[in-house]
Write a protein that binds this ligand. Structure first.
Ligand code: PMP
Length: 281
């Protein structure tokens, strides 16, 4: 497989990370993961906008224009003949003698890679189990940084308990999933945490707002509690790789009798239609 390294395309085996890369030592960098359907990047623009924002929030200066970075990502997809899959893209503050403060005149390190992931609707799971976990992360979860240890520990907790996702809460407030945003449905209305410093403003989350508008499903961004979560009519998580995914059980609490709910179903159908639409361009 070919990967993107800085401004070049090289073999995966040839790519080496410097031991003093700040991404490696401090998690000092940013990333985006995007879906590719029929060779086309899904929701490319909002992803690249978010990348720019993450860079700005960390005072990381991008070495190339977003236009140029995007061209390289597209070239990477072509070189690998990727039809359906994921493209992962990251930028670190580069390699420099280890000191916490930013190095001077150090080039950032850019890498990108793709992986195949077929979108098989027949074998798609109808929903997942989740567990609750304390949100122990820092207070800038809105930035998509490489520093994911809080997320990793939460996902591991889910994994060992046989759950597909950990739903995080700060005290009684539900924030988001370890790698997803969380929505509840109550009395026909979608509720999800506001886009402040406590969550990543997911591109899929924003896309679900668009779908909800199209479908005349009311939605509100407000904080909600763990009790509201467990008492919801429907719960689903959203993320780039898992799209809209119903949560049918949270710890011991069964949601909606363990079945995918009607609002989740409508959103999933609308999502599928959008994917089919971009395939046919
Ligand atoms: N929150 C967190 C912590 C995540 O890691 C992700 C996945 N990147 C999301 C939310 C969902 O964001 P998106 O829809 O942009 O993938």
């Amino acid at each position: 497989a070919m990967i993107l390294y800085q401004d070049q395309f090289i073999d995966r085996e040839q790519a080496k990370v410097d031991i003093e890369d700040r991404g490696y030592q401090f998690g000092d960098g940013i990333y985006e993961a995007m879906m590719v359907y029929s060779g086309r990047i899904f929701l490319l623009e909002p992803h690249m906008k978010r990348l720019e924002r993450s860079a700005r929030e960390l005072s990381l200066s991008l070495p190339y224009s977003v236009g140029h970075l995007t061209e390289n990502i597209k070239k990477l997809i072509e070189l690998n003949n990727l039809e359906d899959g994921v493209v992962y893209f990251q930028i670190t503050r580069g390699a420099a003698p280890r000191q916490h403060f930013f190095p001077d005149n150090t080039p950032t390190v850019i890498t990108g890679s793709v992986s195949v992931r077929t979108r098989d609707l027949t074998s798609r799971p109808k929903g997942i189990k989740a567990c609750l976990a304390d949100d122990i992360r820092w207070l800038r979860c809105d930035i998509k940084t490489l520093n994911l240890l809080g997320n990793v520990l939460a996902k591991q907790k889910a994994h060992v308990s046989g759950a597909g996702e950990a739903i995080l809460h700060r005290e009684s407030t539900v924030t988001e999933g370890s790698s997803s945003n969380v929505f509840i449905v109550k009395n026909g209305q979608l509720v999800t945490h506001p886009a402040d410093h406590f969550i990543l403003n997911g591109i899929t989350r924003l896309f679900v707002f668009d779908l909800a508008k199209q479908l005349d499903i009311p939605y509100v961004e407000r904080k909600f509690t763990v009790d509201e979560l467990l008492d919801a009519d429907e719960v689903f998580i959203t993320s780039t790789s898992n799209e809209v995914n119903p949560v049918l059980q949270i710890d011991d609490q069964i949601i909606n009798n363990g079945k995918q709910g009607p609002i989740s179903e409508r959103l999933i159908a609308a999502f599928d239609a959008e994917v089919e639409r971009i395939r046919s361009f």
